[in-house]
Design a protein around this ligand. Sequence first.
Ligand code: SF4
Length: 327
Amino acid sequence: MSILEVKNLNVAFKSDEKSYQALYNVSFNLNEGKTLALVGESGCGKTLTAMSILRLLPKNAYVMSGEILYNKMDILKTEHPEKIRGTKIALIPQDPMTSLNPLYTVENQLVEVINKNKLFSKADTLKKAKEALDKVKIPNVEEKLKAYPHELSGGMKQRVIIAMALACNAEIIIADEPTTALDVTIQAQIMNLLNTIKRELRTSILFISHDLELVGQYCDDIAVMYAGSIVEKAPVKEFFDCTLHPYSIALLKTRPRGNAKRLKIIEGQPPSIKDCISGCKFHPRCTSSTSESCKKVVPEQYMSKVSENHMVACHLGDWGRLIGRFD
Ligand code: SF4
């Protein structure tokens, strides 16, 4: 069952008295107790999508159209997004150091979040703070409550932020590249922790990343974004078994391989929102492009023959898989 449905979301920026569209008909469902990965190169619109869900768009950005349904309620229409943000839908950011206030202890910051609506006594609030730190497996809870952020390691800080989300009983966690600033062993610990939370508390996770290895290991579904559009959506296993979109195939080829001396790259640059590209926005970089339609006609979402859950936005449809594999 979907807990979050993003439907035909279009977002634009205003700059120099002009509007530049940044998201194009972004649509996906996040199912209860599942992890959906939103994947793509920097600047493709992943974080902008997350900020739209949290109603935290920059001042010069605005939603042109679309719906974001949280438990069937349109977040874009609610007058009090702050009642959902941080409580029902929480954000785990890339760099935990910039999210925790360096001037306050862990206890101060947890207590403030838990008792935002002044519903609990001081003793109950403290009890909830300790329980939250326990849930994210922070050792020496009493000591850590008194610590300032600079006294904690990167992994510990990220655990404190996850604890804040859990303390508020968030049903959805948006994890925006949550392990980018951490080393590999801590990265695995944080990903395992998120997995445990998903399994035990049925929390739904929107996992924003460009790391396909992590996606393959920890996510249930994937949506690949390019230049503000979702170009492929599928259950993760199916995506890796049968990748269809030429951009997804190119992304997979950039993964580090055992003996390879050099990493593969995708030639060219992703477009900026000010670039006016007709047809398929990937066509200047696509090595599978075969027809004039690629340059002239925006490809629609096509339901793959592989399964009804596998969508691809490419004129080649299922054939992209064969052509893209051998280029
Ligand atoms: Fe490549 Fe054409 Fe498919 Fe775009 S529509 S990804 S240019 S083959």
